[in-house]
Design a protein around this ligand. Structure first.
Ligand SMILES: CC(C)(COP(=O)(O)OP(=O)(O)OC[C@H]1O[C@@H](n2cnc3c(N)ncnc32)[C@H](O)[C@@H]1OP(=O)(O)O)[C@@H](O)C(=O)NCCC(=O)NCCS
Length: 163
């Protein structure tokens, strides 16, 4: 049985709620050139039976205590775990929070029966690509000119079996 929340290294990861949406949107807008809209997050939170969203809240005396510094959204569709979005507030990056969110999400996916993890990432996103490779993902096909603003290829990545 995998706990729905996880706490380690001064970080509490728990399910996102409607109260978290304003801050999620702010981090999203700071993190992506084509950010998700409020409506898209609301669908994941309230309507998508396959969708899951978690936020990472610093705990234990951290300067950002009370708020949260990152979030992850993923789908679990039968045996498939699909990472939909992952972001950490710019001022809190490079402290292990992105990795902790990804690992928490994948543990939830495994607990729900997923055996294969999939994601897609901009070809120029060196930080995310390195994180995913470190976590065991392998590069698959490239979708040419998949993204807009700027137009860019998408790299598909896969991890099977999930650890
Ligand atoms: C990708 C992202 C979530 C990583 O979050 P983070 O909390 O900074 O990452 P972590 O501190 O957990 O770092 C984990 C690993 O990611 C890689 N990484 C993270 N930032 C990096 C950077 N600026 N340059 C190179 N590698 C980087 C490293 O391999 C790092 O491991 P290391 O510190 O042991 O070398 C964060 O950079 C972000 O929010 N980016 C904008 C949104 C985004 O691109 N999301 C992914 C969409 S697919």
């Amino acid at each position: 049985m995998v706990a729905d929340t996880s706490q380690a290294g001064g970080l509490l990861i728990e399910r996102a709620t409607a109260q978290d949406l304003d801050r999620i949107l702010r981090i999203e807008q700071e993190s992506f050139s084509v950010p998700w809209t409020r409506k898209m997050f609301e669908v994941e939170l309230n309507q998508n039976p396959f969708g899951h969203m978690y936020v990472a809240r610093p705990s234990g005396g951290h300067e950002q205590e009370g708020g949260f510094i990152g979030y992850v959204c993923f789908w679990v569709v039968f045996e498939e775990f699909r990472l939909m979005t992952l972001a950490v507030e710019p001022s809190a990056r490079r402290r292990g929070f992105g990795r902790a969110l990804l690992r928490h999400a994948m543990a939830q996916g495994r607990a729900q029966g997923a055996t294969r993890a999939l994601l897609e990432v901009r070809a120029s996103n060196a930080a995310a690509l390195r994180l995913y490779v470190q976590e065991g993902f392998q590069q698959g096909a490239v979708r040419m000119r998949y993204y807009t603003n700027p137009v860019e290829d998408a790299v598909l990545m896969e991890l099977e079996p999930m650890p």
